[in-house]
Design a protein around this ligand. Structure first.
Ligand SMILES: C[S@@+](CC[C@H](N)C(=O)[O-])C[C@H]1O[C@@H](n2cnc3c(N)ncnc32)[C@H](O)[C@@H]1O
Length: 205
């Protein structure tokens, strides 16, 4: 089935030049990703819109909120490299791709060689351990845990003292459970012509 590798208006300028590598990643997801069980069977368009375009909005928000020179980026519960791989394609900052399943790490190690991504580092670790010890980091999570779970696991001082900013994929309802101790801004964006998605941005401000 054919698909349209569209990029919504919000990403046209900065992402169009990376389109070839993003399409290479799309091909890997739809072949190796599905074959090895890193993602379940999905249409080509779904893989593009939900995995690649959704990931690119994380990259766009990181630029909006953080000075990238100061930080490394950590993708917790990365699975098939979502959102960490598209983020590492569109910027030069180091991105750690963290998962606790060795099989996923082996596949990601092969992938970063195929895509020639020197700034993407697959790492087998427990996400909770990393969340507690990370410093000067931008942490991204897509479909791994909810914003409320992240807030429960965090101490307020951690964000400021360790210089952390956290981006978590969420749904529109999560504004109900946002914790007053933290500043959480919900960003809403289109992944294609009709479908909105949300990312919660957790900062110490
Ligand atoms: C639902 S998948 C989401 C994958 C990807 N972020 C995405 O958006 O498609 C969750 C991933 O988190 C990993 N995971 C689960 N518990 C973990 C933990 N404690 N530490 C690190 N990774 C974990 C799983 O192996 C799996 O790859």
């Amino acid at each position: 089935m054919s698909f349209e590798p569209q990029i919504p208006e919000w990403g046209l300028d900065s992402f169009k030049k990376h389109q070839n590598k993003l399409i290479e990643y799309h091909n890997w997801l739809k072949d190796t990703g599905i074959k090895t069980g890193l993602i379940s069977k999905k249409t080509d368009q779904f893989i593009w819109d939900e995995f690649i375009i959704h990931s690119l909005y994380f990259a766009k928000l990181i630029k909006k909120y953080k000075n990238l020179k100061e930080c490394e980026i950590i993708d917790l519960g990365t699975g098939a490299g979502i959102p960490g791989i598209p983020i590492s394609i569109v910027n030069k900052t180091n991105v750690s791709l963290v998962d606790n399943k060795q099989k996923r790490i082996y596949e990601l190690e092969r992938l970063v060689k195929i895509l020639n991504l020197n700034n993407a580092k697959p790492t087998k670790q427990d996400a909770n351990t990393i969340l507690n010890k990370a410093k000067n980091s931008i942490i991204v999570m897509r479909c791994y845990v909810s914003t409320s779970s992240v807030l429960k696991a965090l101490e307020k001082k951690q964000l400021k003292e360790n210089n952390l900013t956290i981006f978590v994929s969420s749904n529109s309802k999560s504004t109900d459970i946002l914790n007053k101790m933290f500043h959480v801004k919900q960003e809403k964006f289109l992944i294609n012509k009709n479908n909105f998605r949300y990312i919660d941005v957790i900062t110490d401000m």
